[in-house]
Write a protein that binds this ligand. Sequence first.
Ligand code: HH2
Length: 264
Amino acid sequence: MGVVNVTPDSFSDAGRFFDAAAALAHARSLIAEGAEMLDVGGESTRPGATPVSAEDEIARVVPLIRAIRAESAVPISVDTMKPQVARAAVAAGAAMWNDVTALRHAPDSLAVAAELGCDVVLMHMQGEPQTMQAEPRYDDVVAEVTGFLRDRAEAALAAGVARERIWLDPGIGFGKHMIRHNLPLIAGLDRIVALGFPVLLGVSRKRFIGALDQDAAPDQRLGGSIAAALAGVAAGAAAVRVHDVRETVQALRVWQAIAAARPA
Ligand code: HH2
């Protein structure tokens, strides 16, 4: 899954694709590099990012989704916590609602997801984006995140979302200590996979990589991003959300080819 941010303040690409034409060009290159899904986002979830109104978010993502849809059949996901934005994005051709609040942001989120009939990503986050990194706390991070995702999947099913539409995501970096919480979640991802839903993992350019490598800046975290993506796929992730599609596809191809060549 290739990331296309249409925001002026995303941490990882610093708003380079805020311009609509530049965002479309970026989407095109991610497709050419082998992305099998695109995740379009119009509001940054970075700690301290400025909130965006639903109208502004729609104005950012809908024209881009339409433009991508007009020239490609690649499945498009919309990264939003607002049901109004998800609704407009699906009408424009998106097939997936990626919600970092796991359909908890608005009272009608669950009902809208059921009504839209699109795929939904239920992601774990402790706290709110503005403050989530202040003091994240868990007794057993893997058990608590797994339990939360099981509960949210059950809530989605009860609201009428079809089982085969549901994806789960541990929410790396969302209310988690860089080392104490993120690393066990990646290493123990098989526990979430065992819930029986496809798992999406977002590790690309995240801060825990800098924490393990001399505070490397986001654009200096490619090696760590690939290592973490491979670890996630080894533990059963069905998709990885990445900025560097070409390099990640290459890493996955080589890694899978070696696995397939293992002598009996
Ligand atoms: N991470 C980010 C945003 N959305 N969605 C899911 N399902 N999983 C993730 O791990 C995830 C996500 C953060 O990355 P990015 O989009 O690069 O930055 P920003 O939050 O500034 O938009």
